[in-house]
Design a protein around this ligand. Structure first.
Ligand code: FPP
Length: 275
């Protein structure tokens, strides 16, 4: 099957990019740091929240495109632990936007067989948000298509702290004095347990930082940074990133792709690679 049979090109540029995509070699897990909503608005002399609204539109297009291309997993960094430091009005707006998004898009997400998952310290989110995400997760729980993971109130170091504490609790409760952790036990206690590690990380708006995102999981990810601000990150920009990813993978060969490196390492240490 060709990519152009899954996605209908909107213009010649998209058609050319789709032709270059090898469906067998798409990332298993694409993670995205959506950055630049504020700058997008600022350049248009609009309030920052207008940038977030346009950011939601971009997210919708990327989610739909990834689901159509049958990517197994897409993670979006929507709200970090540090984001609480923004003005209260902006935080409130982001929470409202998320609830609005879930309410409006849930039928389409469900129809597209997408399973919604949330990672982060969701217990600290406002109750109304928690209720909405809980019900969206249960509605889509049995869906078998793409996993859409939304990182909300997420921090990579906090995730590691939570994983270590969960492990310690288990060790204490079971009196496992001789217990020794290994990479697999740690992975299994992260919020992302059961998901493949991202093999491609995209960051928009040009910053060369990982911003406390999936610190453990991106150990072998290819990183793609684009100057494009998130609200302008269209389907065409996504296809460019995927084509670039496939070129890079081709350059390595043998045990050299990000995915093979991750699996090879797991095999070498006697662990089975996760699916
Ligand atoms: C970065 O822009 C973006 C965020 C803080 C996250 C909010 C994301 C959205 C509203 C997209 C929608 C997502 C979903 C899952 C519906 P910024 O404000 O940091 O931009 P700046 O760096 O230019 O100020």
């Amino acid at each position: 099957m060709k990519a152009s049979e899954l996605l209908k090109a909107a213009n010649r540029e998209e058609a050319e990019l789709l032709d270059k995509i090898d469906l067998q070699r798409l990332p298993e897990h694409l993670a995205v740091i959506m950055d630049g909503n504020g700058r997008w608005a600022q350049r248009r002399h609009l309030p920052r929240v207008a940038g977030h609204r346009s950011g939601v539109k971009a997210a919708r297009e990327i989610i739909e495109s990834c689901a159509r291309l049958k990517l197994p997993c897409l993670t979006l960094y929507a709200f970090s632990l540090e984001n609480w430091r923004r003005p209260q009005a902006e935080v409130d707006f982001l929470m409202r936007l998320l609830r609005e998004y879930l309410k409006r898009e849930l039928p389409a997400i469900h129809k597209n067989n997408i399973r919604l998952l949330i990672i982060g310290r969701s217990e600290q989110l406002p109750e109304a948000v928690r209720k909405d995400i809980q019900s969206a997760m249960s509605v889509t729980a049995k869906n078998t298509g793409m996993k859409l993971v939304v990182a909300l109130n997420y921090g990579g170091r906090a995730e590691l702290v939570d994983a270590f504490n969960a492990l310690l609790q288990q060790v204490r409760a079971n009196g496992m004095a001789a217990f020794q952790a290994d990479e697999q036990t740690i992975s299994e206690h992260l919020y992302t347990a059961g998901l493949p590690d991202p093999d491609l990380l995209i960051r928009t708006s040009g910053e060369m930082r990982v911003s406390n995102f999936l610190l453990w999981q991106i150990a072998y990810a290819e990183i793609y940074v684009t100057e494009t601000l998130w609200p302008d990150f269209s389907r065409e920009r996504l296809l460019e990133a995927l084509v670039d990813f496939q070129k890079r993978e081709r350059r390595y060969g043998g045990l050299g792709t990000a995915r093979e490196r991750a699996r090879g390492l797991a095999a070498a240490s006697g662990k089975s690679g996760r699916s």
